[in-house]
Write a protein that binds this ligand. Structure first.
Ligand SMILES: C[S@@+](CC[C@H](N)C(=O)[O-])C[C@H]1O[C@@H](n2cnc3c(N)ncnc32)[C@H](O)[C@@H]1O
Length: 335
């Protein structure tokens, strides 16, 4: 059975066909339906589609679909959920967890499950997945941070502590470098790693959206591969700005939008190889599928730069690393 779909996009109508026979039962599934305009359609579950939306008869079996614009990955359309009126289909209090739509209140718990699950194998998977490149991305971030002796630095979503360790070496004995994360499993691995290297850093479990630090306290705030997982990125960025001293710098290292020619290969790697590797090495395919999906849902370089400005940061700029697989954004708190 085919579900016919029609939607206005930019200057013209876009038509797509989704083959749903059988497989719809195994939702969520990602379909590539239209090369130029819309690439991802997520089938969330079986339902009866309203005729006006898909051009099929009322009550005809179909799929509940969500459409994402490929360039911005913004949700452009959500069809009706079973038992919902059209006006209810897109609720303000929903967010995304990878390609799933979840209640905002659920997201943090789901993210927590991912990181509790991967914590012990996180470092080895990082090296494997990025073929060691994450070390270069972090080294670049440390260079741009320009931490000097005596500085106060906050590493948010610090996980297993790569950045905190590098910052601590630069800040020296007179400096103060905090390793923080919302997830105690990740933080425990990080703290143990630091202790094994003879470093005792202040460590705190905390949510980036409600930082337990006074305003204007830090010279540098960093977040590496963490912002993507946060429910209210705008709150988190405002909090990061709040705790920066006037003149202090925020550094956001995160997966971003890869250069177009590399996109097909990168998609294949992300959706085929990563989950497979996750299963083999960490015994957890789903968490690595979430990683691939959450990268697609994260704002692109320009959008994120705008969000930093919106949060009150100035002189915002970004650097594409590895052809945009990752981008480092930075901004200054001018107070
Ligand atoms: C992919 S890991 C990154 C760890 C480390 N920064 C690195 O670069 O290797 C993402 C981290 O973000 C943390 N995280 C997710 N949501 C958070 C939040 N709201 N506040 C603080 N940390 C959060 C997770 O617990 C996880 O440890």
């Amino acid at each position: 059975m085919y579900v016919k779909y029609m939607k206005r996009h930019g200057s013209g109508a876009v038509y797509g066909k989704i083959q749903t026979c059988g497989r719809i039962a195994y939702a969520p599934t990602v379909y590539i339906i239209w090369r130029k305009y819309v690439r991802f359609v997520k089938i969330t579950h079986c339902c009866h589609l309203p005729a006006k939306m898909v051009g099929c008869k009322p009550g005809q079996a179909g799929a509940c679909i969500m459409m994402y614009d490929w360039q911005t990955m913004q949700k452009t359309h959500t069809s009706q959920e079973p038992g919902q009126s059209a006006g209810q289909a897109q609720s303000d209090s929903s967010t995304h967890f990878g390609f799933q739509t979840v209640a905002e209140t659920e997201k943090a718990g789901k993210v927590a499950e991912v990181f509790h699950s991967v914590a012990q194998r996180y470092d080895v998977m990082n090296d494997l997945m990025s073929m060691g490149l994450h070390r270069a991305w972090k080294a670049f971030t440390v260079g741009r941070a320009d931490v000097r002796p005596g500085m106060k630095v906050l590493d948010i979503a610090g996980g297993t502590g790569d950045l905190a360790r590098a910052f601590a070496k630069k800040a020296g004995a007179t400096g103060e470098v905090w390793l923080t994360d919302i997830n105690d499993s990740m933080l425990r691995v990080g703290r143990d790693r630091l202790t094994d290297k003879g470093m005792l850093l202040p460590t705190a479990v905390c949510d980036a959206e409600k930082l337990p630090f006074p305003s204007g306290y830090f010279d540098r705030v960093s977040v590496a591969f963490g912002l993507r997982n946060m429910t209210h990125k705008d709150h988190a960025l405002s909090e990061m700005r709040r705790v920066l001293k006037p003149g202090g710098k925020l550094l956001v290292l995160e997966f971003s939008r890869v250069a177009k020619p590399l996109a097909p290969a990168y998609d294949w790697y992300s959706f085929k190889i990563l989950p497979w590797m996750g299963q083999k090495v960490a015994g957890d395919q789903e968490s690595y599928r979430y990683l691939a999906e959450s990268i697609r849902m994260h704002p692109d370089q320009e959008t994120l730069a705008g969000m930093l400005e919106q949060a009150g940061l100035s002189r915002v700029r970004y650097f594409n690393l590895s052809a945009g697989v990752v981008a480092l954004h930075e901004g200054i708190n001018l107070g």
